[in-house]
Each structure stands twice: as C-alpha cells, then as structure tokens.
Write a protein that binds this ligand. Structure first.
Ligand code: HEC
Length: 222
C-alpha cells in the first residue's frame, strides 16, 4: 500500500514538475477551423498554407490576378446622391442634339427643394456671366471684362441640353461638371429652364390672361 502511494505521488510529481517540453504547441489537426485566413484587399489571395504554395490559388480569385478584391459586376455604376445615372452622350454635336430630348430624372415631388438648391447654385456658379435672371448681363459682362453671353430666351435649349452644356461646356463656356454633383446639375438645369420660361412670359406680357396653349392672337388678330 505504501508503495502504491509513493508511486502515485512520485508519478504526479513527474507529470507536473518538468520541463520546457510541455510548452511545445501540440499538433493542430484542422488549423483552418481555428485560424481563419485574413485577406488584405489587394494582396495575392492564397489558401494560406505556404507548404502547398503551388496549389494555393483560391479559384474564385484566380480570374482577377488572384486579388481578393473583386471587380464590380460589368454594367454596374457608382452610387451617387439622388441615384443619377452616368451621362453617356458624347461631347460632340451629335451628343448635344441628342441631349435635347433627355428629360430630367428629378422627382417632381421634391420640386420646391430642388428649385431652391438650383437657384442657390445658379447664383454661385452661373449668374456672374448669365445674370440673375438669365438675361446674359451678369456682373462681369456689365464690367465689360467678358462678352458673348447669350440670354437663355434666345437659345433653343431644353433641360437635357442645359445638363449637357454644364457637363461639357460650350465654346467659350467651360464645363461645370467638377463644380456640381450630378443631382445638382439637374437642379441647376431645371432652374435655368424656369428662368427661360419666366423670360418667355415677360416677352409676351399683357396678352390674354386666359390663354391656354393656343394663343388668342392666332384667331383674333389675323
Ligand atoms: C464665364 C462665363 C460663364 C459662366 C460662369 C457660365 N456660362 Fe454659360 N455660357 C457662357 C457663354 C459665353 C455661352 C455661349 C456659348 C456659345 O454658345 O457660344 C454660354 C452658354 C450657355 C448656355 C446655352 C448653351 C446652348 O445650348 O445654346 C447655357 C444653357 C448655359 N450657358 C448655362 C450655364 C450654366 C447652368 C452655368 C453655371 C453652372 C453657366 N452657364 C456658367 C458663359 C458662361
């Protein structure tokens, strides 16, 4: 009995007391279950076992030079405020003519807010040349430092063509694409059209107040 007790004590001392050997990590059977492979966005993605480097390419990343960051799906476009799609018409005469039939994507329900914002941005970016009411008599035109600015009333413009001109500029007028976000360009374009239409009202001032689409003079004066 004494022997057995002695052996047990000695045995437990042996088992607990010694040595560095215990600190060696034990074998991990399935490392990928404990240690997830972390990928940096533009790093070459592998399965993370250098020993098997030859076959470590991750199939889903192979078609993109093994980068773990995948390219956007073909045909996808960047998101922006207002969800405005990219302007695809080219910067040439054909593009300009086509732009005339493009309508504004802005939601008419937000008209008041859009109009206010359009007015603010027009005053900040455009009125120095075009004048606060679109008559082409902005302050730098009046000062004679700059000329050749048309009135909106005299131009055959639509909301789409105004957007096009903001995008690319036209002759002496430069592009304002870098000043205005896509949704703001539409707001300014709508504001320009409201100035043009207000100008038309003034051009035909004291005509019949009840006229709808057919002007009264088409029957009355001739
Ligand atoms: C530096 C002066 C200047 C500024 C600022 C300016 N424009 Fe112009 N704009 C011009 C000139 C000059 C023209 C005439 C270009 C031409 O047709 O030869 C013009 C023409 C236009 C036209 C008529 C284009 C057409 O299709 O006939 C529109 C619309 C217009 N500008 C809108 C704007 C808007 C909107 C802004 C502000 C974002 C703006 N402009 C800022 C100088 C300016």
């Amino acid at each position: 009995m004494k022997k057995i007790v002695f052996l047990m004590v000695a045995g437990s001392l042996l088992a607990t007391a010694c040595s560095d050997k215990k600190r060696k990590p034990s074998i991990v059977y399935m490392p990928d279950m404990y240690y997830a492979t972390a990928y940096d966005p533009y790093e070459k993605a592998t399965f993370g076992y250098p020993d098997y480097a030859e076959s470590s390419d991750v199939p889903v990343f192979q078609r993109n030079h093994n980068m773990s960051a995948l390219e956007p799906v073909e045909g996808s476009v960047p998101h922006n405020d207002g969800g405005i799609l990219p302007w695809t018409l080219p910067n040439n005469n054909a593009g300009y003519e086509q732009s005339k039939s493009v309508t504004s994507p802005l939601n008419p329900a937000n008209k008041e807010v859009d109009h206010k914002r359009g007015e603010l941005l027009y005053k900040q970016n455009c009125s120095v040349c075009h004048g606060a009411n679109g008559d082409g008599q902005g302050s730098i035109v009046k000062s004679k430092a700059y000329s050749g600015v048309p009135t909106f009333a005299e131009r055959n413009i639509t909301v789409g063509s105004v957007y096009h001109v903001i995008m690319y500029g036209k002759n002496a007028m430069g592009s304002y694409a870098s000043h205005l976000t896509p949704v703001d360009r539409w707001r300014v374009a709508e504001y320009v059209m409201s100035l043009k239409n207000a100008g038309n009202d003034q051009a035909a001032p004291a005509e019949t107040p009840t006229a709808n689409v057919e002007p009264a003079d088409s029957t009355a004066s001739k």
